[in-house]
Design a protein around this ligand. Structure first.
Ligand code: ATP
Ligand code: MG
Length: 393
């Protein structure tokens, strides 16, 4: 625990905050922390990653290398994580020496879909009907009522990877085989009306604040578009999503930024999908649309600073740009997307992660459009999508 806030002061004009993980979320955290006068140290096996490029210090070490943990502990006053698959031992070892948030225990729940769904149920937040599959016997016992369903690996899935749709019982064995017979969750495929996310921050003192509910559109299992405010969401369901996210953060005794993804079903019911123990791709529009971004929330929780409720001053639409845009349509010829035309649009702002090599399906950075009114933001974002060759939404 931090007894008092960790602030740049006369004794230490530039305290250093550590980040486990060198990806884009670490980069954006570093930007927010540096803007407030902190220095940032990043531990990542790849020294030239998006966060390492901007941090004051990089420690190039494997996440399970105790020498790397020691190097981080020796130069930082507090540590956070930017991705959920850091080994629990790393967080535990660091937490014995300096403030670490979120905790290893909270991250462990988010790392494993089976544990996560059991936690949703314990906390009284509905999730998709499901069973855990760890053996042939589990597979044989899958109730046909769960089909068509989605078999998902319990750990290490992202962007829809590690998932197989199963239509009939006869397809189960092959799907599990294709996923390497790893521990899985089979969940019923639900008819989705909307997808939402809520980003909630919880401080060491239990205070909470959240960003406005975001409406997300996925294509091929990857986030494509986020709109805030959520255009199609009844107020009552938005309030329910915020309540559920806060309930989950409190039940985890969470410290840090937690993103909870939800489905709204065709009949209007709200169902929790999964959690990320960190800022989230869908929260990037908070940088341009809110007076406190998701990364500033992360900074405040880590440094023990007061949490205030962020105010969204501008409606926003975010287009999640993938590496596919760096190829001329229908070819493998590299191109530069038409930034000159896109950035001529009012309210458009480009945030690239600094990844050297664009690859298909690889997240390269968001384009955020803000405007005085939601319909204007949406219209301009549609123009940007058309210029980039992205489908309308
Ligand atoms: P990420 O970590 O990038 O958010 P992921 O690989 O962990 O993604 P999920 O969030 O589980 O994957 O699923 C990706 C998308 O697939 C969801 O956003 C949703 O569009 C769809 N999906 C997942 N589970 C279901 C379900 N039970 N019913 C219907 N659609 C689903
Ligand atoms: Mg997801």
């Amino acid at each position: 625990m931090i007894a008092r806030p960790l602030l740049p002061d006369a004794a230490d004009p530039r305290p250093t905050l550590g980040v486990l993980g060198g990806g884009q979320l670490g980069r954006m955290f570093a930007h927010a922390a540096q803007a407030a006068g902190y220095a940032v140290a990043v531990l990542d096996p790849n020294a030239a990653g998006p966060a390492g490029q901007v941090a004051q210090r990089q420690i190039a070490a494997a996440y399970d290398d105790p020498a790397g943990w020691a190097a981080l502990a020796s130069c930082c006053q507090a540590v956070t994580t930017e991705f959920e698959n850091v080994p629990a031992q790393a967080l535990d070892w660091l937490a014995q020496r300096l403030p670490v948030s979120p905790s290893a225990a909270a991250v462990a729940v988010c790392q494993d879909r089976a544990r996560e769904k059991a936690f949703f149920e314990r906390a009284g937040v509905p999730c998709a009907p499901h069973v855990v599959v760890r053996s042939d016997a589990d597979l044989a016992a899958v109730p046909p009522s769960l089909l068509p369903g989605i078999l998902k690996t319990a750990s290490l899935g992202y962007d829809g990877k590690g998932q197989r749709t199963v239509h009939a019982p006869g397809e189960l064995a092959a799907a599990w085989e294709a996923l390497g017979r790893r521990p899985c969750v089979l969940e019923q495929r639900l008819a989705l009306k909307l997808e939402l996310s809520v980003i909630v921050a919880r401080g060491q003192d239990g205070a909470m604040a959240q960003l406005p509910v975001q409406q997300n559109l996925h294509r091929d299992g990857i986030l494509a578009v986020t709109q805030a405010p959520a255009p199609d969401l009844p107020d009552a369901v938005a309030a329910q999503a915020v309540d559920a996210a806060r309930t989950l953060a409190a039940a985890l005794d969470y410290v840090g930024v937690l993103c909870v993804e939800f489905f709204v079903l065709a009949d209007g019911r709200l169902v929790a999908n999964e959690m990320a123990p960190r800022p989230h791709n869908s929260g990037h529009c908070s940088i341009d649309a809110c007076d406190v971004s998701q990364f500033e929330l992360q900074l405040r929780t880590l440094a023990g600073l007061p949490l205030v409720m962020p105010r969204q001053h501008s409606p926003a639409v975010m287009l999640n740009l993938l590496g596919d845009l760096w190829f001329a349509p229908g070819t493998d010829d590299p191109r530069t997307p038409p930034w000159d035309r896109v950035l001529a649009l009012p309210g458009a702002r480009l945030h690239l992660y600094g990844k050297a090599e664009p690859r298909r399906g690889r997240k390269m950075g968001p384009l955020t459009v803000t405007a005085a009114r939601a319909d204007q933001a949406r219209r301009v974002a549609q123009q940007a999508a058309a210029l980039l060759g992205l489908p309308a939404f």
